[in-house]
Every structure is written in structure tokens, then in C-alpha cells.
Design a protein around this ligand. Structure first.
Ligand SMILES: Nc1ncnc2c1ncn2[C@@H]1O[C@H](COP(=O)(O)OP(=O)(O)OP(=O)(O)O)[C@@H](O)[C@H]1O
Ligand SMILES: O=C(O)[C@H](O)CO
Length: 523
């Protein structure tokens, strides 16, 4: 088995950002929600996650509890949206031993990071790492394929005394296209595009990609054998599954043909595949011998160095510093934004009811759990903590969650899942019995929500009245998936979350700030 590690104790490095030093008492709940989000994003900055995972002392490199000898035998490859910043930091730490490197990063990213003043995420002029930009619009293209070829060449030339540092983050699949011959890049693009359009999940999409690629599904580790491979992974998938993140190029495992065909059939592609794809999928027998597979796997260390869970833990720390009572619900929230919004609305009612919460609330909350990827156990734990919080004398509770809900796109408006979720939660909080003071924030940690310049939005129960007072009907905007236009036109955009491109991506962060409920009315 390849060694699989998750660095789950990053708390010493949760550094507060932003309005640090300002008296927390003078901050509104909305300001605190924004600070908590900034802390979540700060905790998973590419340079920071690499800094806390690589420790060089003399010629010894320590990674995730393992030590490797460096002797000008280090090579580096990487692919993903956050990889430029990861590579810049890695070179600062181990550059003295680095022979050469190749990374594949999104089209235009160097210019964008420069423009946003993120110089620490750029490589120096004398860098030994060659940068390829490609995969415009997150689709594999010829530039990304060239990068994949260089990465393939570099890995294939390594020897037993070499160490290959692999930097991986979300978006890595599109940035490392190496179709198994005779599949052409165009054919692979077509299969991926059709699967995505048919609504395939990232697990399904990457199950197919692993089977059609030379480098995915452990292919890169296989090429690098007999060198030692160390992968540092910034996860953008719920549950941090190593074989799915960027399609697992350093996670050995044979493609399970039935699973691949199952996905293609489910999404109506199996009867109309290109001949080349059929041929590759029809090949029988293991493509690598068992001995090769075992040998390769033994020299691979995969370490998750940044994830939504880590971002939430650090956000919780910051919430505590800001006088809030942190409560992490789950880093695995998924499902339709309508159900997710309903869940947060119900949890807010549960927390805010004067005296004991109404008896019918807990069953309704538990019933929604499976639809939104949250285990009953986590919901029970959260409800218990909310009840206990009433007697503890803390200020507001900051309920934190993360993940990647989905939006059913039926309209033609401009928006993103975070803005749509925030709008829907705002309406829930202002429902039949408006909840006073509760604030909700939803933001994409990459700083970009859908095709908009915002990361998300902050709302509360006063949203609907505020909008109607300005002649805006929230329901009309929702019906057209037009949440960005809604928030742009409302109160001079003050509810939008606009951090700019952050250079990282561990999916979305949700923060529901719940003030202490009023005491029950006197009998
Ligand atoms: N008008 C809209 N309203 C709401 N959601 C939208 C709209 N247009 C696109 N989206 C959603 O935005 C998402 C795509 O945007 P984005 O690139 O931020 O997410 P992503 O593909 O998951 O990328 P990443 O993982 O890098 O965040 C999809 O979930 C899509 O449904
Ligand atoms: O690159 C990919 O495959 C997705 O971002 C999931 O990691």
C-alpha cells in the first residue's frame, strides 16, 4: 500500500488575519463572520500549507513523520490551481537540492497573482521550475498536454536515489492530460465534457479519467519508479479521497472496468463512445504487473496537507478569539442548495427558540441529514451543543460547515452556489417567525463563486425587507439563478464577499452565527 497520511493537527499554525487587534466587542456579527471566513482561507494558503509540511534540517527533509536524505537529488512536478504558490514555497525551502521541476497551472494565473499583489506565490526569476500555463476554462488543452509530456519525461528518467516531490491540488485532472494511445486529446475532452454536462459527480468523472490516462490512477508514481515519490495534496473533494483528488496520479490501483462502464452507462455515453476509448476500455488484464504495482506503491508517500476540515478547524479558532462559541458541524455538506438552506434555517430556529426548542424541530433536522451529506451523529452532536450553549454564558455560537452543494441551473442569470445559498438562508432566517440577529455567510475558498467576481455573500433575516424596500424581489432573482445581480444591486453590494482570487481551493465554507436566544417568557 502507498502510505497515506493526513496532517490533521494544523492548529498551531492557525494565525489570525484581518482585523486582529480590534476590540471584538465593537465588531458586529457580520464583521466577525467575514473574519472567520478570512481565517479559513488563510489556513489553507498554498505557501502556508507547504511551509508547515516540509521541514529541512541539514540534508534531511522531514515530511509527515518521514525522513528523506537530500543530496542534490530532488525533482519537483505539480499540477493544479493552487500549485504555483505551493511550488514557490517548496523551492524556497528545498531549492538548494532541487535539480529541476515542471508544473502545470491554470492559464493566466501568473499575471492574475501578480495583479492581486500575491508575489509570494510566484517563482523567482532564477527558478529551476518550468511553468506551463494551460487548461483554459478548466478543460484539458494542448498546452496542458505539453506540460503533461514534460512531467512524464522528467518522472521516467528518475533513478532509485532520486526523490520526486509532487504538488497536487484541485483542477489537477484538467492540467495533466495524457490520454492512453490511441485516444486523442480531443476524444478525451469530449468524453469528459459530455460526462460533466450529464451531471456526473467528481467521483464518477475521475473514475473514468483514471482509466483513460497514462498518468492518472497511479500512472505518475509508476513512471517515477524506482525513485521515492512524496506527494503533497491540497484537497478539493469531500472526504479527501486520494484516488479522486486530481484523479490520483500517485495513488496506485488498477482501473475497475465494471465501475467505469457503470458510470458511462448511467450517463448515457456507453453506446456513443469514440472507437479509441472503446478499445482502451476493452483491454483485458492488468496493464501493470502485480510486482510492478507493489514495487511502485512501496515508494510513494501521499500526504493531505490542506483540506476543508483544516480550514474549518482554523476558522473555529478564530471564532473563539472573536468571542464566539465555535461548533464545527461537518466538512462534507453537499446536495441541493435548497435543502442545505432549509437545514441552516431549521438549525437557526432550533438555536434561537426561547426556552426549549419546539419538539418537531429535531426530527425535521435529522430527516434532512442524508440529503445534504451530514451524518445524524453530527447533527445530534450539534443540536446537543446548541442546547448546552444556552446555559454556558457564552456569546453567540458560530456554527461552521463546508463542502460543495449544488445548484439546479434553470435560469439564465449570473450567480454562484454560495451566493444562491446565502440568499436562500437569508429568506429562511426572515421566514414566518423572523430570527433576530442570526447572520449567515457562504463563500468559496478560491475567492470565486461560479462565473462571478464575488466569493459569496453574507445575509440575515432582514434580507427580504431590505430588498423589497429597494424594489428588488428576491424570489424573482432566485427563479433566474441571478444571485450575483441581486446582491450587486442591493445596498451598494455591501453584502457581497469580495476577497479577490485567493490562490487556494478547499471548496466552500459556511458560517452561521447564532446569538444567544432570549429567555423564555415568564409564565
Ligand atoms: N447563475 C448561477 N447561479 C448559481 N450557481 C451557478 C450559476 N452559474 C454557475 N453556477 C455554479 O457554479 C459552479 C461552477 O463554478 P466554480 O468554478 O466556482 O465551481 P467549481 O467548478 O466547483 O470549481 P472549484 O472547485 O474550483 O470551486 C457550479 O456548481 C455551477 O452550478
Ligand atoms: O482536478 C480534479 O480532478 C478536481 O478538481 C478534483 O480534485
Amino acid at each position: 500500500m502507498a502510505r497515506v497520511l493526513s496532517l490533521s493537527r494544523p492548529l498551531a499554525l492557525c494565525r489570525p488575519l484581518g482585523l486582529w487587534g480590534m476590540s471584538t466587542r465593537s465588531m458586529s456579527l457580520e464583521e466577525r463572520a467575514r473574519e472567520v471566513f478570512a481565517a479559513a482561507v488563510g489556513a489553507v494558503q498554498p505557501d502556508r500549507v507547504v511551509r508547515r509540511s516540509l521541514e529541512l534540517s541539514g540534508n534531511r527533509l522531514r515530511v509527515a513523520g518521514h525522513t528523506f536524505e537530500l543530496n542534490h537529488n530532488l525533482y519537483l512536478v505539480g499540477f493544479g490551481k493552487a500549485v504555483l504558490g505551493m511550488a514557490a514555497e517548496a523551492e524556497r525551502i528545498v531549492g538548494g537540492h532541487l535539480v529541476k521541476g515542471v508544473i502545470s497551472v491554470p492559464h493566466g494565473i501568473q499575471e492574475t497573482l501578480k495583479h492581486h499583489g500575491k508575489g509570494q506565490m510566484l517563482l523567482g526569476a532564477d527558478s529551476r521550475i518550468k511553468v506551463f500555463e494551460g487548461a483554459k476554462h478548466n478543460l484539458p488543452d494542448e498546452n496542458a498536454q505539453k506540460a503533461a509530456e514534460r512531467i512524464h519525461e522528467l518522472a521516467s528518467a528518475l533513478t532509485e536515489s532520486d526523490l520526486l516531490l509532487v504538488l497536487i491540488s484541485g483542477g489537477g485532472s484538467a492540467l495533466l492530460p495524457a490520454p492512453v494511445p490511441p485516444i486523442s486529446l480531443g476524444e478525451k475532452q469530449e468524453v469528459t465534457r459530455r460526462l460533466a454536462a450529464a451531471g456526473a459527480t467528481i467521483q464518477e468523472l475521475n473514475t473514468v479519467r483514471r482509466a483513460l490516462s497514462l498518468l492518472k490512477g497511479g500512472g505518475l508514481a509508476h513512471c517515477a519508479h524506482p525513485a521515492q515519490v512524496v506527494s503533497l495534496i491540497l484537497s478539493d473533494v469531500i472526504g479527501d479521497p486520494l484516488d479522486i483528488i486530481a484523479s490520483g496520479p500517485t495513488v496506485p490501483g488498477e482501473a475497475r472496468q465494471e465501475e467505469v462502464w457503470g458510470v458511462l452507462e448511467r450517463h448515457g455515453l456507453s453506446a456513443s463512445l469514440p472507437v479509441s476509448v472503446r478499445e482502451v476500455l476493452g483491454r483485458t488484464g492488468p496493464q501493470r504487473t502485480e510486482g510492478e504495482r507493489r514495487a511502485g506503491a512501496g515508494r510513494v508517500l501521499n500526504a493531505v496537507i490542506g483540506s476543508n476540515g483544516i480550514a474549518l478547524e482554523c476558522a473555529g479558532r478564530r471564532a473563539r478569539d472573536l468571542g464566539l462559541r465555535p461548533l464545527v458541524l461537518s466538512p462534507g455538506v453537499c446536495g441541493d442548495v435548497r435543502s442545505v438552506a432549509r437545514l441552516y434555517g431549521l438549525l437557526a430556529c432550533f438555536a434561537s427558540a426561547p426556552g426549549a426548542p419546539p419538539a418537531d424541530l429535531a426530527p425535521q433536522i435529522l430527516q434532512l441529514g442524508p440529503e445534504v451529506g451530514v451524518a445524524s451523529w453530527d447533527l445530534c452532536r450539534a443540536m446537543q451543543a446548541l442546547e448546552e450553549g444556552r446555559g454556558e454564558g457564552w456569546g453567540a455560537t458560530c456554527l461552521l460547515a463546508g463542502g460543495e452543494p449544488t445548484v439546479q441551473l434553470t435560469g439564465k442569470g449570473k450567480g454562484g452556489r454560495n451566493q444562491e445559498l446565502a440568499l436562500r438562508v437569508g429568506l429562511e432566517l426572515g421566514g414566518e417567525r423572523p430570527l433576530q440577529g442570526a447572520v449567515f455567510l457562504s463563500g468559496g475558498t478560491d475567492g470565486q463563486d461560479g462565473p462571478t467576481e464575488a466569493a459569496g455573500a453574507v445575509t440575515d433575516g432582514g434580507l427580504a425587507d431590505e430588498a423589497r424596500g429597494q424594489g428588488l424581489d428576491p424570489e424573482d432573482f432566485l427563479a433566474n439563478n441571478d444571485s450575483f445581480s441581486f446582491f450587486s444591486r442591493l445596498s451598494a453590494s455591501r453584502r457581497l464577499l469580495l476577497p479577490g482570487l485567493t490562490g487556494t481551493n478547499v471548496m466552500d465554507v459556511h458560517a452561521l452565527l447564532l446569538p444567544v436566544p432570549p429567555p423564555p417568557p415568564l409564565p
